[in-house]
Design a protein around this ligand. Sequence first.
Ligand code: AMP
Length: 321
Amino acid sequence: MALSRTQGLDPVVTDRDSPGGPKTPRESAGGFFFMEIIRDPQEIQALAADWRARGLRIALVPTMGYFHGGHLSLMEYGKTISEKLVVSLFVNPAQFGPEEDLDRYPRDLEQDAALAREVGVDILYTPEAAAMYPPGYQTFVAVERLSQGWDGASRPGHFRGVATVVLKLFNQVQPHAAVFGEKDYQQLAVIKRLVADLDLPLTVVGRPIVRDPDGLALSSRNTYLSREERSAALCLNQALKAARRLVGNRVTSREQILKTVRKIITQAPFTRIDYLALVHPETLEEVDSVRGESRLLLAVWVGQTRLIDNILLRESPECCV
Ligand code: AMP
């Protein structure tokens, strides 16, 4: 059964740690890591139902692949909170606009499978678009207000596509917990709202942004950047850190913070600001100043590549007493 799940995908799914050994799932392989690749929604659903019946705790990390350290950090965390870790890899057509990069989005299943396997992922679930959206498909879910601003304004329909595919993945994988990165902060807020509003029986966990040592937030789309653009893109993190320093010095007004952020970004070559926003961390509504905790969100074009990043800004407690 395990072999049929992995057909056509060798050598990626070959259990290199047990050459000639039994191709059995990880739990029965006596310490060997054996990751299966599953493509069929019904197959993962049946497997998840079986795990649940056996009382096993399932975690899901939804991704679009082309794994980097950010993805791997979510998987590592997922392992610590579950007995069965499923990573989905699906470049979801429903969340890309007609002018966006669906066709050229980077893909490398072989490398992704090797990385996931190293982390100890149990199942890499990578359905075909035709299996997710078969002919006649017409059901979509929208998290209304949270999806409208910021990335939602720049990418109409994006969060409708995200919420829909994530709900489908939840129904297929039936996780007890789903792990998302704070890198896509608005996405995380939308998913938390979806889960709360529709009474979905799972916990959504947000994990911190993983950055290169020079501060650039890891992203599959960084691969689009030329060397010069990548160097210019460092201004995003520099601007976010400058905002944090301002707040540390009790400069908390949105106007002053955004002025500094805008200046740092516009001084760098190749950049064009899409939006800068100081928002409430849950509603994502704009705030006039940092009170308690706020989130600074930004989206910036660097050449032809649109990058997003964000930071938590916390008013220092002494200023409020
Ligand atoms: P993606 O494959 O870009 O759809 O991302 C899959 C998941 O990885 C999402 O929950 C992202 O927020 C998360 N992620 C992407 N980049 C990072 C990063 N640099 N640090 C932490 N999480 C990330």
